[in-house]
Structures are given as structure tokens and as C-alpha cells.
Design a protein around this ligand. Structure first.
Ligand SMILES: [Cu+2]
Length: 195
């Protein structure tokens, strides 16, 4: 089955990239996740922070990949409905960055806090495009992969409850997307102080 093979290998890569040890995956306890998220939420400055949302249903997502760590927070969208929504609309509306537009100064940091149950990335791209999972690219019409998604490093994968930091450059508009779910997108506009 092409989907399982493709996604399993890509997600296995994510799992390897996020883990320092070769121990087999075990279901993470809810308490560490909740406390990690609470601590990251306290650090987050709302004016500079986007949140990364999803609504994965752990029972069905984890069963598809036979991996209890794919989705570690209770969401409401079973895997088959996620695929059906993508097929019909090229979008899974609850997988998103919010807000989608932020205005900040060049040189400031923008933070992305993962409040979902899955791993996401917050990757600056010159142009929005496909990510690292061919099936999700195909279903959402993102047939050209964003080159920045091909050079991700281990610390570019943002675990549930984790806070990712990107420093803004001077480009007037900077595009950020998830390289796993390429319809998750946001624009940061850089303010011009002296115009
Ligand atoms: Cu994502």
C-alpha cells in the first residue's frame, strides 16, 4: 500500500530525527506533555507567538502508523476523516497556524508553540510549496516541494508542547509553513519604522 509505505518511512525519519535513543516508542504520559506545554505557554509572548494547531484522534492516527507517538493529545478528527477532508478540500481546517498574519520588527524573534498532538515544523520558505510527505502534497495540490523542506535538521521538528524560535530577517513578508502538513501557513510582515 503506497500510502502506508511512504508515510511510514517519512514519519519514521521524523521519529529518528526527534529522538536521541534507539529505544522502542512507548505511549507518552499525559502529565509530562501537559507540564511541558504549560511551561512553554508561560514563556510565550503572545505578540510574537503563533500557535500550531491540529486535532488528531490518537486512537486512529496511531493505529494507522502502528506507533503510539504519532498523536499524543486527544483531538476530534479520526484519520479517515482527515484524509477525506484533504481529498475534498485540499485542506484539513483544524491543522493550522494561528494567527495566520503577524506584524513584527526585523531582527525580532517569532515563536511557534505546538499546542497540537503531532509533530509540526515552522519553516521559513521563499515560496509556499509541498512538504516531506508525498501523499499529503498530492492531496493538497502542492506538487512542487519547497526546497527548504528538503534540508530540515533534527531541531526543526517541533514536538507537541515545544516552542520553536525563528529570527526575522529584513524581508518585508516572510512565509512560514509546516513541512509535514504544507497547508499550515503563516505570513510575518516586517514593520518599517522609518517609512
Ligand atoms: Cu504540521
Amino acid at each position: 500500500m503506497r500510502f502506508t509505505a511512504v508515510c511510514f518511512s517519512a514519519l519514521a525519519l521524523v521519529a529518528v530525527a526527534c529522538s536521541d535513543s534507539a529505544t522502542p516508542p512507548t505511549a507518552p504520559a499525559v502529565a509530562p506533555f501537559a507540564s511541558r506545554l504549560a511551561s512553554a505557554d508561560r514563556q510565550a509572548d503572545d505578540a510574537h507567538t503563533l500557535r500550531m494547531y491540529d486535532s488528531c484522534d490518537p486512537a486512529t492516527f496511531n493505529a494507522v502508523f502502528n506507533d503510539p507517538t504519532i498523536c499524543i493529545k486527544q483531538g476530534h478528527v479520526p484519520f479517515d476523516r482527515f484524509i477525506a477532508e484533504l481529498t475534498q478540500t485540499q485542506n484539513a481546517a483544524q491543522w493550522r497556524f494561528g494567527p495566520k498574519n503577524v506584524e513584527l520588527n526585523a531582527g525580532e524573534n517569532v515563536f511557534a508553540l505546538n499546542v497540537g498532538g503531532e509533530v509540526h515544523t515552522f519553516t521559513r520558505v521563499a515560496q509556499f510549496g509541498g512538504g516531506i510527505l508525498p501523499l499529503l502534497n498530492d492531496l493538497t495540490g502542492n506538487t512542487t516541494e519547497a526546497p527548504e523542506c528538503k534540508t530540515l535538521e533534527a531541531d526543526d521538528f517541533v514536538a507537541p508542547g515545544a516552542l520553536y524560535t525563528a529570527e526575522l530577517n529584513t524581508d518585508e513578508i516572510q512565509h512560514f509553513q509546516c513541512c509535514i502538513h504544507p497547508w499550515m501557513r503563516a505570513d510575518v510582515k516586517v514593520k518599517h519604522l522609518h517609512s
